[in-house]
Design a protein around this ligand. Structure first.
Ligand SMILES: [Zn+2]
Length: 438
């Protein structure tokens, strides 16, 4: 790709190219570890240098760097040619709601069914995971034969492996009145006619070409096999798993990779574990961002401004998808803030500051949109409804900078497959690119 940024927003074909590239990116990234590994590859291809948290950093002006934490979060940054004024940052999250495989996952039912024991990861719409082909991807920890150290390897079973069957309507006559699903009872995927102890480990080992006993541990998750696609009379929409939040990750990645030289240190951050509260060591509510920004200031030669001085002239776009007005439930949206698909990037407000946008940071966002020729819309929850939260206010609790919460409009957030607009990915890229150009 790489051409999205240079084209006119009005050209549907260009927007479609961006949307298509987004769908491919999502398909190529069946787990958070695949997301981060993919970003690592693209950054290296673009000439960025990978840093290790265990080593001292000496940073050169004009160079781009990145650091990965625990295979699941990444922070990339570009040092300007001249003394930087501050940080211009975009943050999004790598994870989406799914089911996580438990240890010893094999279970058997009456000697005719083998199934896998899983638990919920995040707040998904559970019934959307039923009756569709699923597979398993994630990472496996093994011992490196040369160094004896623990290393991780990506794994993707990459076949139609599992299904979570619904109960027939004849056995559950009230199903269309709404059914309470118990994740330990209703959501265990069917694996085969039997699942003898250790068989899943064997399958994973075979996929990796190693012996089962070499596997020390794993982090494995279910994913939907559905490929993303265009949908609608004029193919105006996209239907894909994990638009929340890989659409924002994709936009920020494209903007960062195609940035122009700037006076600010451009930062592109992708955090894990947003869907479960952001409290792990690689999540937004950790020291990861703060630590990286502090180390940039320490590592840049001839840096005159202090960390605090740079932060005081910095800006963060916290990018996480937003709810569009629902075609069957328009009454669920706020009366006067009504985002629609294909109508531009959404600026989110919340009186209780769950979204960080305020009058000044919102004004700056609007100026960026104007300069980028990108339409924007505003979102607020109905006053009688509690919305979700995101990573902006969590990040700014650690790194206190001016920040706005934004996202691309979508329907069916946290469904197994979600609906978005074809044009909004391009809008997102153009907006973020404008911040990185400043
Ligand atoms: Zn999200």
């Amino acid at each position: 790709m790489g051409i999205c940024g240079e084209c006119e927003v009005s050209k549907m074909s260009e927007a479609k190219k961006c949307a298509k590239a987004l769908l491919q990116f999502i398909e190529d990234c069946p787990s958070v570890y695949h997301v981060i590994n993919r970003i690592r590859g693209e950054l290296l291809d673009a000439g960025a240098v990978e840093l290790q948290e265990t080593e001292k950093w000496t940073l050169l002006a004009g160079q781009t760097y990145f650091v990965v934490r625990n295979d699941a979060s990444v922070i990339a940054f570009s040092c300007p040619a001249k003394a930087p004024k501050g940080f211009h940052m975009v943050a999004a999250h790598s994870d989406s709601p799914t089911f996580k495989l438990k240890a010893n996952p094999e279970m058997n039912v009456e000697a005719h069914y083998g199934k896998l024991n899983v638990e919920k990861y995040g707040g998904m719409i559970m019934n959307t995971w039923m009756d569709r082909p699923l597979s398993v991807a994630g990472r496996v920890a093994v011992t490196d034969s040369q160094t004896g150290k623990i290393i991780t390897r990506l794994v993707n079973m990459d076949k139609d492996l599992l299904v979570i069957p619904n109960l027939a309507i004849h056995m559950n006559r009230d199903i269309n009145k709404g059914v309470e699903l118990n994740p330990q009872v209703d959501m265990l995927p069917l694996f085969g006619e039997k699942a003898e102890k250790g068989v899943f480990n064997k399958r994973i080992a075979k996929q990796l070409g190693i012996k089962p006993e070499e596997i020390l541990d794993w982090d494995l998750f279910l994913y939907a096999r559905e490929k993303g696609r265009f949908i609608g009379d004029k193919e105006e929409f996209i239907l894909s798993p994990k638009l929340d939040d890989l659409q924002c990750v994709f936009c920020a990645k494209e903007a960062f990779l195609h940035q122009s030289p700037a006076e600010y240190i451009n930062v592109f951050a992708v955090f894990d574990h947003e869907e479960i509260g952001s409290t792990s060591r690689q999540a937004a509510d950790s020291d990861f961002l703060k630590s990286v920004l502090e180390r940039i200031v320490q590592g840049l030669e001839g840096q005159e401004k202090s960390y605090e001085m740079l932060l005081a002239d910095s800006y963060l776009l916290s990018a996480d998808n937003a709810h569009a007005v629902h075609p069957n439930h328009p009454e669920k949206a706020d009366p006067t803030n009504r985002p629609y698909l294909n109508q531009g990037v959404v600026l989110k407000y919340h009186g209780g500051q769950k979204y960080t946008s305020d009058g000044v940071s919102g004004a700056y966002f609007k100026l960026l949109c104007k300069e980028a020729k990108v339409p924007y819309q505003t979102f607020a929850n109905r006053a009688d409804m509690t919305g979700g939260s995101t990573l902006g206010n969590i990040s700014t609790a650690h790194v206190s900078v001016m920040s706005a919460d934004i996202g691309m409009p979508q329907l069916a957030m946290h469904s197994c497959v979600e609906t978005g607009g074809v044009k909004d990915t391009l809008y997102g890229i153009l907006l973020m690119k404008k911040l990185y150009e400043k």
